[in-house]
Design a protein around this ligand. Structure first.
Ligand code: BGC
Length: 252
């Protein structure tokens, strides 16, 4: 067990393949200790995920607030949708559940919103006013919309309609793998998606995050020039954990 100070804040990122957590250095926007990861249980039912989260948090001797990400709409700690996770989460008081099981203060927010908070404060969107859109390309497409640094939560732009389908079905990183697309073929789909969000929101800056951002050099250079500046995320894998801890600290 690794000790954390009583005042420290902990972030947990609940993803499709792994549940990762660490105490966070909020001043610097980095993990304060090496993160601990367990595999996401399948099915990812609320009971199974809560048990996995407890294992991650209890790996550390942590006694402060905990922020957790969830890959769906979260309003007032209640999980409202579950596009890529177990449907048992729909309508659940997730924050209440985590609070009870961890016996610690807990807040829950959308995964892309968490990644966005980390990027806008410590990463690629730092110091940027106006409309900034952080998009995460992974199993789905997540979105975090900022206006002068303030988050508009739960925008769910992965579910915009593109060619009669949910955009994330065509343009997520998982769609690239599922359809065995080359980077160039996938870039065409990402371009079409960025056209759509640009038409709707006219962002000055688009930050590309999520699993795909690790390989940004493979596809960002293939995208067409556009009005918005398009840049890769800076925090990559840690953005969700850092953003979750930021949300927990803000709720204190
Ligand atoms: C969900 C979003 C989530 C995104 C990335 C989408 O399917 O609806 O809430 O942010 O996937 O995980």
């Amino acid at each position: 067990m690794t000790e954390t100070s009583a005042a420290s804040v902990f972030g947990v990122d609940i993803g499709g393949s792994g549940i990762k957590g660490a105490p966070v250095d909020l001043a610097r926007g980095v993990l304060a200790q090496e993160r601990h990861k367990v595999l996401t249980p399948h099915p990812a039912s609320p009971e199974a995920v809560v048990a996995a989260v407890r294992e991650v948090v209890q790996h550390f001797d942590h006694h402060g607030p905990v922020g957790l990400t969830f890959p769906g709409v979260v309003v007032g700690g209640h999980t409202r949708t579950a596009a890529n996770v177990d449907k048992g989460w729909i309508g659940l008081d997730a924050a209440g559940l985590f609070r009870e099981s961890l016996d610690l203060p807990a807040v829950v927010l959308n995964d892309a919103d968490a990644a966005g908070l980390a990027e806008i404060t410590h990463g690629a969107g730092r110091g940027r006013d106006g409309v900034v859109l952080v998009l995460t390309f992974g199993t789905g497409i997540g979105s975090a919309l900022f206006v002068d640094g303030a988050l508009v939560p739960n925008t769910e732009l992965g579910h915009l309609e593109m060619r009669g389908k949910d955009a994330e079905r065509r343009a997520s990183a998982a769609a690239r793998e599922r359809h065995e697309l080359t980077w160039a073929e996938w870039a065409v789909r990402v371009d079409e998606y960025l056209d759509l969000v640009e038409r709707l929101f006219s962002p000055q800056l688009i930050v590309i995050g999520g699993g795909a951002s690790r390989k940004h050099d493979k596809f960002l250079p293939l995208l067409s020039p556009r009005e918005a500046e398009v840049v890769p995320a800076v925090l990559r894998n840690d953005a969700g954990i850092v953003g979750a801890a930021m949300a927990a600290a803000a709720a204190r």
